[in-house]
Write a protein that binds this ligand. Structure first.
Ligand code: AMP
Length: 285
């Protein structure tokens, strides 16, 4: 695997592949990689000539009281995992290179950023859309592989790509879970043993709501209450449990097969998110 540790190195790495006629699949990440990330890399490699991942802890998507400085970093481990997943390239850069003195340009997406995580993290998506615009311009991929774990993020970036006529496709990929149901996340590393147990309330709540949906429950408030009750039952601080339209992310009164039940909660100090498309079976364990 090639490692490009600057913007210019990444540009020339990708230009070389383009000259060979290869298509490019891109997986942007913040590192501390786990099987969820690697599933995206494997799919990129299966569907494109070359797969490249970026590892960049993007400061502009963290709020002032969030975990930027303690966000887990393990570049050596990440490089090893990427190489063994068949990744062809790794792009890393620094906050100084991405946001030099005099940086004044932001990309903002409206409406789909208003609810869910956007409501409690008001500057988060502006950071995500800006860094992804930059990464997409640098790497110029054909396809970008993103996890449905961050359902709102995928929706926001699809809107950005569509509205700004970017010539790439966002490919949403299924959530990878631990055996007990917990959605994989770099932030799971923050959890101590008791919090790790309590964190299961998010996926359990989604699973229970999904079971009620499968039995015919369609009232959004009742489905939300099922998930919320599970989360509140482990003494977690609920941020939201919302049934929303799978495309517009608008809140719904009645759920259908395309609706998404999305949850966010603090378990101890750690903010976790999860979601499930109600029309889909919950993954068997
Ligand atoms: P992050 O490093 O958290 O910014 O995530 C980088 C990419 O990996 C995003 O597209 C995430 O949605 C995706 N991702 C993170 N966790 C998972 C997971 N458990 N399953 C699938 N994709 C994931």
């Amino acid at each position: 695997m090639e490692h490009a540790s600057s913007i210019s190195a990444a540009r020339s790495l990708v230009a070389g592949w383009r000259k060979e006629g290869q298509s490019i699949g891109f997986v942007p990440t913040m590192g501390a990689l786990h099987e969820g990330h690697l599933s995206l890399v494997r799919r990129a490699k299966a569907e494109c000539g070359r797969a490249i991942a970026s590892v960049f802890v993007n400061p502009t998507q963290f709020g002032p009281t969030e975990d930027l400085t303690k966000y887990p970093r393990d570049l050596e481990g990440d490089a090893r995992k990427l190489a063994s997943a068949g990744c062809d390239g790794l792009f890393t850069t620094s906050p100084e290179e991405m946001y030099p003195q005099g940086f004044v340009t932001w990309v903002t997406v409206e409406k789909v950023t208003a609810g869910l995580c956007g409501a409690s993290r008001p500057t988060h998506f502006r950071g995500v859309t800006t860094v992804c615009s930059k990464l997409f311009h640098i790497v110029q991929p054909d396809k970008v592989y993103m996890g449905e774990k961050d359902y709102q993020q995928v929706t926001v970036l699809r809107a950005m790509v569509r509205d700004l006529n970017m010539t790439l496709e966002i490919v949403p990929c299924a959530i990878v879970r631990e055996k007990d149901g917990l959605a994989m996340s770099s932030r799971n590393m923050y959890l101590d043993a008791s919090e790790r147990q309590r964190a299961l309330a998010l996926s359990r709540g989604l699973e229970k709501a999904r079971a009620a949906y499968a039995k015919g429950e369609r009232t959004a408030k009742r489905l939300e209450a099922i998930a919320a009750e599970e989360i509140l039952g482990v003494d977690a601080r609920l941020d939201y449990a919302n049934v929303v339209d799978g495309d517009t992310l608008e809140p719904l009164a009645r759920a259908d097969d395309r609706s998404v039940l999305a949850v966010a909660a603090f378990v101890g100090k750690t903010r976790l998110i999860d979601n499930h498309v109600l029309g889909r079976a919950f993954p068997a364990r």
